[in-house]
Design a protein. Structure first.
Lengths: 794, 158, 291
């Protein structure tokens, strides 16, 4: 299959169903008429701002708010003491830990929330922050996760009864230790590496914020918020604020990017809600970029020890031992029984004899988080480890890295394949996808070019990554978040006009749901997408579900929409049978119409069936009027998209600057509802991978000062650093998904950093003996590696 | 102090503090929340508007500095129900996902094509290098601006 | 967003008026031109001037012209105009080299040469550029004008020879035959400050370097003027070996600090590499060998 290039559609090309359909939601965004959180102004609204700790670890001796309260435009200053009276000083996290909403006894990371100012305008609120006097008694800070469990490490979570050390989550294991030991014992090659996935940050272009509006007369709490899981948030607020859930309404504004950053409940949200409850007016809180980078959910920060082995040219075993840095509070977001998320998919795409993983998590004096940035619940970390280890093994075995993968892949006939760490991969033809990537890249030519360049002293590298990931969480029997099943709903209502509204649990932050979900209804019912309104983001007007992250929109909500559309179609069949005076089993379906088998001219269009459903004409016996249905979809399994990525880099031998010359990505995400949107998702994730591999990192000094708290120091790639991505696709439908689709949003983040780092090492191994480098591959770090001095991990 | 700024051909007059940033002045004007902000350090480009036809970062400009100058925001692109070719190009080529960087990108694109009607891919990437997009990976934005350039060239020839 | 603290604002209608205001208001008054150095600092509350004097209407300070054997650049000249100037590209191509990598194209529409030089960040590319081409800064005060050699202009981090009640109005670049120049920079990402940057200017007469200017950005507390390298180069014929020696001096004579952009040894290494590259290109241009 050649490179997929979405050609511009003709004016009249508007598929009814799957295909390259231009987006409905563009209409408002290209006019600047989106409604993002900070665009919303309500009458009487006041502004909140958070005072944050300059120290990573310190006792709070005193807080004097008198000067701030004296400011003419300040309405209130809230501290932990005030929140305690409301029972809101601490809140639960998704990982069953607690997190301070405002620090009372101690601050535990630089940037932690200490006081909340409410003022008449944003500028005054910012001014007032400088008028709050806090006296701190600094304490030694733990910044290095490797030292967090040292005997003399200061205790961070002395707020937790019985907590005697900085262990956040005890060692969690998966896999078959005995089989893994056997594989290593019998191996002919063993390679060991210490590999870090550094802390980085999703940094969506729109920061986080909320407007909370509590009406004391009615007891209704209205919330406007950009968050990826509105129903789950509502449940949390009901629990935390002691309000009835049905009296809370969350309306998600247009969201300027999520990438997992807008999954957690943040202290600013709780402060805005508390402020509104107390003040009785709407309170708006919007964080600035510094706050976003210093305090909201970061990503990764996994310190990994990997071991890999092979026998007779085939990979046979893998071990991983991980220290996870969770920051000062454990607010990682993943299904309950999986404290390391889906990290145990580190067994990868290979037919191993054994794999065994151990992960433990520690507290440090840094911002809380860890699961974010398109990580598929830690699959980014897992794939990074396994794909780096496979390359390290290939180096040791002196074989081509693609050849090693090809000889170790799970074969097509082995699916459904149960991995040694307990996953059941549903479908795959890995070698074919790998070959398509090699074809687009011109792999043989690249290797030839590399040899020629090497002879001239030029440094060129080719790096490969092949990943299998698991998305679409998930089956009720296997997983929940905070005890809530990870099922999504879909409500479909066809109106007498024949046009429809489908309400979904997913929450778009740019993924194009207003178009793609309309396309699913169109595919199943034949109603044109422009006549299908997709509703989401309003907890009063959408069915309960767990939202959008972990690439679950298509696998779960998409399936729900397909199933609910089929329910409507089945109802339509019965009505059509009555209309056509035929038996239902004598009818056949073509998109948009039921017709009599053997007499195709005799049929009923869906819009006519709709009219009938609402009319006074007879309905089938026992059936109610109307043409609608509801579904809660429980996925039977995750889905398993996969891909083959190839990166080509050039490295300046004197300055060590890395340029990504080409990036080839071939994804198999099953059936593609809208190839244009799928490709767009992949482009975006690849760019994020470029950032992570080359420049994005959150670092701290020894005192716990965050060194990357603005976009001057947290560097995000521009159009000049991103190559012209070359995409391909293979299609292996998911056997259990109603549409055969798998989900794709996170695959590019999963697959691109390992490909790029493998390429950098490939460029430097022969000439400079480099066999490992940690991200980000900045010029300084690459140069140090070239001198034989890999930087010690922080 | 009183300040009067021409925004999208209309005089907008208001009493503001000297420290009010242009981006806030614009966003406080009814109907003009299309100009966004995304950082504190003039890096992200979400706030780009045109000042006397040139793209500037409205978060790094004081409103009071703009009296006597012409500001154009994304809301000025569509005229009498007709979209600007850059808007059409972004829609055609799927150059937006969450839409947050889009107004800044559109204004940068408009100014680029006004000055250079036939930009190369490198010239386009350079022109938009002052704006960050987290969603699209830039490939479709480049393609959209080329689409608009070709559309405008074709219209010229007619 | 972070927002500045309150201040008073006035618009200057003449250079004299701006200077008079500076004198009257004292050190708590700052001039604002493009504002892309000052306003970000004010938003982060690292700078809190009480008065801003807006000089953007003083268009008489925006020019690039040849006059009296010099190229004269008004302090209010925007980066974008320095980038586009064919006059500068012909006589001092290192300006175009530098401007292509200073900040980003949108910032360049507003930022000025005066603002950059007076901000005096050690990583400022134009400071090294002006040092290498032996520029002279014209500073005006209530008592009149004085001219300061570039090597005496940058005194330390964020410190220049411009005193209280004074203003930079012009930068003058002496024109001499046989000139070639180049600016080389390495940054972590487009638009970032330099990890290190080198500016080089050579005047070649009859196959010999009659004069040389070499300066570095971002590898010291202020712009590093490599006088030892200039002494080495004067009187020599251009050669790869000579430029490598100059590069070695650059590595030794700079004093970089370790920070997020890189550790000390890498910055020293870059200073050397980029000095050599800049000299090589300057020589090629001086000898009109560059296509």
């Amino acid at each position: 299959m050649a490179t997929v290039e979405n050609l511009p559609s003709a004016d009249t090309e508007r598929p009814i169903g799957f295909g390259r359909l231009k987006r409905k939601e563009d209409a408002r965004f290209i006019r600047g008429k989106g409604t993002y959180l900070d665009d919303i102004r309500l009458p009487g609204m006041v502004y909140g701002a958070l005072l944050r700790s300059p120290y990573a670890h310190a006792r709070i001796v005193s807080i004097d708010t008198s000067r701030a309260l004296a400011h003419p435009n300040v309405a209130a200053v809230v501290t932990a003491k005030d929140l305690e009276t409301l029972g809101l000083a601490w809140m639960p996290t998704i990982s069953y830990d607690t997190q301070a909403v405002l620090a009372g006894d101690k601050v535990r990371f630089q940037g932690q929330e200490v006081a909340f100012v409410i003022a008449t305008d944003e500028y005054s609120a910012n001014d007032a922050l400088e008028l709050i006097d806090v006296e701190y008694e600094p304490l030694p800070a733990i910044v290095n996760a490797r030292k967090a469990l040292d005997a003399d490490a200061p205790l961070i979570r002395d707020d937790k009864i019985g907590q005697r050390d900085n262990l956040a989550s005890p060692t969690w294991e998966a896999g078959d230790e005995a089989a893994t030991d056997r594989a290593f014992a019998e191996a002919d090659t063993v390679v060991v590496r210490d590999i870090i996935y550094p802390r980085c940050h999703p940094a969506p272009l729109e920061t986080c914020g909320m407007i909370a509006d509590f009406n004391p007369q009615t007891g209704q709490l209205d919330i406007w918020n950009g968050n990826q899981a509105p129903h789950a948030h509502r449940t949390v607020y009901a629990h935390v604020a002691g309000l009835a859930e049905h009296m809370i309404r969350i309306r998600c504004s247009d969201i300027g990017g999520g990438f997992g950053n807008k999954v957690p409940v943040y202290p600013g949200y709780v402060c805005a809600i508390a402020g509104s409850i107390v003040a009785g007016v709407p309170v708006k809180w919007v964080e600035n970029r510094s706050e976003n980078l210093m305090s909201t959910g970061f990503a990764r920060d996994y310190i990994m020890h990997g071991e890999i082995c092979s026998k007779d040219g085939k990979i046979t075993g893998l071990r991983a031992d991980v220290i996870a840095d969770h920051g000062a509070f454990d607010s990682t977001a993943q299904p309950t029984k999986f404290p390391a998320g889906f990290f145990h998919i580190v067994c990868g795409s290979y037919d191993l004899e054994g794999a065994h993983v151990k992960v433990k998590a520690v507290y440090t004096n840094k911002a809380p988080g860890g699961v974010a940035y398109r990580c598929s619940f830690r699959i980014t970390e897992a794939v990074y480890l396994v794909e780096r280890m496979v390359d390290a093994l290939a180096l040791e075995m002196e074989v081509d890295p693609i050849e090693l993968r090809m000889s170790s892949f799970i074969a097509p006939e082995q699916f459904p394949y149960v991995t040694t760490t307990g996953w059941t991969y549903d479908s795959g033809n890995y070698a074919e996808t790998m070959r398509v990537a090699m074809d687009i890249a011109g792999y043989e030519d690249l290797r030839r070019e590399q040899a020629e360049k090497r002879a001239r002293g030029e440094l060129m590298g080719i790096g490969v990554c092949f990943f299998t990931e698991g998305v679409g969480a998930g089956p009720r029997k296997h997983m929940d978040i905070l005890g809530l099943a990870m099922n999504d709903g879909a409500d479909l209502r066809v109106h007498p006009s024949g046009k429809a509204v489908v309400s979904i649990s997913a929450q778009t932050q740019g993924q194009g749901h207003e178009t793609t979900f309309a396309q699913i209804v169109a595919e199943e019912l034949g109603i044109p997408p422009e006549d299908v309104e997709v509703r989401h983001g309003d907890t009063d007007r959408s069915p309960y579900g767990l939202g959008t992250y972990g690439s679950r929109s298509t696998p779960v909500s998409g399936a729900a929409v397909a199933v609910v559309s089929r329910k409507v179609r089945d109802k339509a069949r019965l009505i059509a049978a009555t209309m056509l005076e035929a038996r239902p089993e004598d009818l056949a379906w073509e998109k948009g119409r039921w017709y009599v088998k053997g007499d195709p001219d005799k049929g009923a269009l869906i819009e006519d069936i709709a009219i009938r459903a609402y009319s006074g004409e007879p309905m089938p016996a026992g059936m109610e009027g109307g043409l609608d249905a509801q579904v809660i979809y429980d996925p039977p399994n995750l889905t398993y998209p996969y891909g083959a990525y190839i990166a080509v880099v050039d490295i300046d031998p004197d300055t060590a600057q890395v340029t990504i010359r080409r990036f080839i990505a071939v994804d198999d995400c099953g059936v593609r509802i809208n190839p244009m949107i799928v490709d767009g998702q992949i482009h975006g994730g690849l760019a994020e991978g470029v950032g992570i591999a080359l420049m994005e990192v959150i670092t701290f000094d020894e005192e716990g000062n965050c060194l990357n708290s603005s976009f001057m120091d947290y560097l995000i790639p521009t159009a000049l650093e991103c190559p012209d991505f070359e995409l391909g696709a293979t299609v292996t439908p998911c056997p259990h998904h109603p549409l055969g689709a798998k989900g794709v949003g996170e695959s590019p983040n999963v697959g691109s950093p390992p490909a790029i780092v493998n390429a950098v090492i490939d460029a430097l191994h022969q000439t400079h003996g480099v066999d490992h480098i940690d991200m980000p591959c900045t010029p300084a770090r690459v140069w140090a590696a070239m001198q034989g001095r890999p930087e010690p991990p922080q | 102090m009183q300040v009067s700024i021409t925004i999208n051909d209309e005089q907008v007059s208001r009493d503001v503090e000297p420290r009010q940033l242009l981006v806030h002045f614009i966003r406080d004007t009814p109907g003009l929340t299309g100009t966004h902000w995304g950082c504190d350090t003039s890096n992200c480009g979400a706030c780009v508007v045109l000042m006397d036809g040139k793209p500037v970062k409205s978060c790094t400009t004081l409103a009071v500095m703009c009296e006597g100058h012409e500001i154009r925001t994304v809301e000025s692109l569509e005229v009498d129900g007709r979209l600007d070719p850059v808007q059409m190009g972004f829609h055609e080529r799927h150059a937006l996902q969450c839409g947050f960087c889009t107004p800044g990108m559109l204004m940068t694109a408009r100014a680029l094509l006004d000055e250079n009607p036939d930009p190369t891919e490198h010239e386009i990437r350079t022109a938009i290098s002052g704006a960050i997009c987290r969603c699209t990976g830039y490939k479709n934005i480049v393609s959209a601006i080329r689409w608009a350039a070709e559309y405008e060239a074709a219209k010229q020839e007619v | 967003m972070q927002t500045p603290a309150p201040f008073e604002y006035e618009r200057a209608t003449s250079v004299e008026g701006a200077i008079a205001s500076l004198q009257r208001l004292g050190p708590e008054a700052r001039i604002i031109a493009g504002g892309h150095s000052l306003l970000p600092m004010m938003k982060l509350r690292l700078a809190n001037p009480e008065h801003l004097i807006d000089i953007n209407d003083l268009t008489e300070l925006a020019f690039i012209r040849e006059q009296d054997g010099e190229i004269r650049i008004g302090a209010l000249t925007r980066h974008v105009d320095l980038l586009k100037s064919e006059l500068l590209a012909e006589q001092f191509p290192l300006f175009r080299d530098a401007e292509q990598v200073i900040a980003d194209p949108v910032v360049r529409n507003r930022g000025t040469i005066g603002g950059s030089l007076c901000q005096a960040d050690a990583a400022e590319d134009l400071s090294a550029v002006c040092s290498a081409v032996k520029a002279r800064a014209v500073i005006r005060g209530a008592e009149g004008e004085r001219v300061v050699e570039m090597e005496n202009f940058h005194l330390g981090p964020y410190m220049t020879a411009v005193g209280d009640g004074e203003m930079l109005t012009e930068v003058r670049l002496p024109l001499r035959a046989g000139a070639g120049s180049a600016h080389e920079k390495v940054e972590r990402r487009a638009g970032d400050w330099a990890i290190a940057a080198a500016s080089a200017a050579l005047w070649i007469d009859g196959g010999t370097i009659s004069d040389a200017g070499v300066a570095l950005s971002a590898v010291g507390l202020t712009t590093i003027h490599l006088s030892r390298a200039e002494e080495l180069l004067r009187g020599q014929a251009p050669s790869e070996e000579l430029f490598a020696q100059a590069g070695a001096i650059a590595s030794e004579d700079c004093s970089p600090g370790a920070d997020g952009r890189g550790p000390i040894d890498y910055k020293r290494h870059l200073a050397g590499v980029l000095t050599t590259r800049a000299l090589r290109r300057a020589a090629t241009r001086a000898l009109h060998q560059e296509a």
